[in-house]
Ligand binder design. Sequence first.
Ligand SMILES: Nc1nc2c(c(=O)[nH]1)N[C@H]1C(S)=C(S)[C@@H](COP(=O)(O)OP(=O)(O)OC[C@H]3O[C@@H](n4cnc5c(=O)[nH]c(N)nc54)[C@H](O)[C@@H]3O)O[C@H]1N2
Ligand SMILES: Nc1nc2c(c(=O)[nH]1)N[C@H]1C(S)=C(S)[C@@H](COP(=O)(O)OP(=O)(O)OC[C@H]3O[C@@H](n4cnc5c(=O)[nH]c(N)nc54)[C@H](O)[C@@H]3O)O[C@H]1N2
Ligand SMILES: [Mo]
Length: 766
Amino acid sequence: MEHKRKARIAPYPQPAGGLDSLKSTTITLLKEKVPGSRYKTLLHQNQPDGFDCPGCAWPDREHTSTFEFCENGVKAVAAEATSKRIGADFFARHTVAELLEQSDYELEQHGRLTEPLAYDAASDRYLPISWDDAFALIARHLKTLDDPNRASFYVSGRTSNETAFLFQLFVRLYGTNNFPDCSNLCHESSSRALPQTVGVGKATVVLDDFEHADTIMVFGQNPATNHPRMLNELRAAAKRGATIVSINPLKEKGLDRFASPQHPMDLLNGGAEISSLFIRPTLGGDFALIKGVAKRVLELDDAAVAAGERILDIGFLAEHCSGFDAFAADLRAESWPDLAAASGVPYQDIDALARMYAKGKAVIATWGMGLTQHRDSVAAIQMLSNLMMLRGNIGRRGAGLCPVRGHSNVQGDRTMGIEDKPSQAFLDRLAQVYDFEPPRGHGLDAVDTIKAMQYGRVKVFVGLGGNFAMATPDTPRTFEALRNCDLTVQISTKLNRSHLIHGRDALILPTLGRSEIDLQKTGPQGVTVEDSMCMVHLSYGINPPASRQLLSETAITARMAHATLGSGKIDWLSYADDYAKIRDEIAKAVAGFEDFNARVAKPGGFHLTPASRERRWLTPSGKAQFIVNALEKDTPIARARALHGDKLMVLMTARSHDQYNTTIYALDDRYRGVYGQRRVLLINRDDLARLGFADGERVDIFTVWHDGIERRADGFLLVEYDIPRGCLGAYFPETNPLIPLDSVADISNTPTSKSVPVLLRRSAAS
Ligand SMILES: Nc1nc2c(c(=O)[nH]1)N[C@H]1C(S)=C(S)[C@@H](COP(=O)(O)OP(=O)(O)OC[C@H]3O[C@@H](n4cnc5c(=O)[nH]c(N)nc54)[C@H](O)[C@@H]3O)O[C@H]1N2
Ligand SMILES: Nc1nc2c(c(=O)[nH]1)N[C@H]1C(S)=C(S)[C@@H](COP(=O)(O)OP(=O)(O)OC[C@H]3O[C@@H](n4cnc5c(=O)[nH]c(N)nc54)[C@H](O)[C@@H]3O)O[C@H]1N2
Ligand SMILES: [Mo]
């Protein structure tokens, strides 16, 4: 049943959640033809004897509580549990050129991949290949490269710890640190910022802290869509009387009111109020905003001192911090007009946020992509860390830093060593346990891999999950780069564009999803994952595999390694027989995983406590480090504005309610009132008037960048929306052609997906 709706725009008056969430779930299950016998799958999501939801990295209460309903978790599972299949007959009917004509939404609708396939140039089709031949082809390519650094190995964040560990061991024994991963496009700014301030690039809070916080600041997140279960925590906190503030250019649904499907009364009475304050910076204004709040906190402290009190946590600053004096001096020297202008937040709002923060006795700061995907993201996150340190809001109950990760095991994959800039300590231990000299230099991340493929320096691309062609910026250049490869390999569950944008040789290797039973020689296997708050636990699939020909990601990795390196040094295939053996290896090779099998066998698993949570600071100074960063004025956006005046707009690219990153489940974005379409551009009413456009007109979007390349995306419907002036909102991946490969965050090299300088022109067709 194709579920098509007429394209329309109609503001959504309801709170997030509610009955519409339940309705949407039913539609999803019908559309994917998930058999009734598998509905129970959904009840085993995030249960001690079930599987970890592939939807997001938000943790679960104990992994033992009653089923927590989540509309988008159901979509993620239904997409995997779908009864639709595509095999050799499908690919015999369609050339790659034909499939390229289909939208990402249509590609996703075909269903699960069922057998290994190899590209045949003569017929422009994918043809069946045996698993053995597929691994032999990979080995042949890898062995003929003159330098292992000519291959690059992408990992997306659904991969389990076991597979990730084996994969990085294989790749490092092969000889490279070229590990681009989805994190490079996502929370890399957090992972680079935090080690310099608090020593560890992970959350310092656990779920229980949300029960003890009296103030929660949510920066740049849309939880009703992307982390729906987080709203249950926010709801409980708000009910207890905690103050919640959303810092976001948009007033996102769910952060205002949330009707929890868990609480029937909510469905009747319009839901619970969540945020009491909305602070609405301009796109990329957070650094200036947070710096302003810190400056104001300092001023409030000055005033308090006169009254014999303190706002700053003097004890914490004295015992635990380094660099406070220089930081305070820099704050005092900063100009209020500059901060207000750069943040787009009026002084009164900065003051209100500062007072709220100063009043909080236990404050949690959470953040998502609104904070990580700008040029100055690393500085902004460090400023947030500085702010939290001022009142000792790190490493005590109910308080702390909480980057909210995206993919369900993206954090675990990093812990397992999927990292283009591995620490020497990690490599030393690997060297010692496996008696080899691992590559020591920095490898290529996602953006640098694209450049290297474009210039012919990387010839083999292996993707362990994900959709590299569509998740990355500068689409035409990324396509050119992938097509420039000798071999592209995609290990996937479903068809996506990365299979169609391929190298001279190309393989599609279909794999089991996490909800499926993974039966190996020693019986059904569980895998482990680490959530956003560092809990590590086991996950067991419960559905029969989508096809008998599927191999697990672990088996694919082991057989690829065996074919390429042989099993002299490491008996790869035996690991694929018994994942507990891999966990024993992880226990030897990765710090914090001692006695792994025993600890993870306990229901709920164990917490990988970051040192920062215990107020141990793994920084060079051995203290929580204040970091001074200046407000930059000469930015690409400022330069573009100097050229184009107030015609210049800044574009953010985010997720609709019906997508999972590059996977388009359906064409609605219910909470934002968008139905049946995706090429929409949210714009402020004043900008419409100022630029001479009308609501409902179509425009083409052009990037302003200094390299002379034309970047455009055509035919977007202008939708008048409550978004700050000068800002635009649209969905990715349609807008990725607009993001220049060189437009990246300082230090983290993350594409600036939330701040692209653009101009609009009326579409010829409109
Ligand atoms: N259903 C579903 N769940 C998902 C995903 C999905 O695609 N679908 N993706 C998963 C992944 S990988 C990730 S990383 C997470 C992403 O989850 P989010 O971080 O919520 O991601 P986005 O949809 O990109 O939304 C970013 C939010 O930041 C705001 N924002 C944009 N620019 C700025 C800014 O300059 N400052 C501030 N303060 N805010 C800004 C936007 O208005 C929006 O509300 O979700 C995960 N969960
Ligand atoms: N413009 C713009 N671009 C962005 C972002 C943005 O906000 N704006 N966000 C960025 C972010 S935060 C992220 S994390 C990246 C995401 O980038 P990716 O992780 O590369 O992309 P996904 O869309 O999550 O990958 C979807 C594909 O993964 C495969 N898959 C699904 N489940 C499994 C599994 O269990 N195993 C395997 N092997 N394959 C599986 C399916 O074939 C599916 O087609 O996109 C980034 N790109
Ligand atoms: Mo992400």
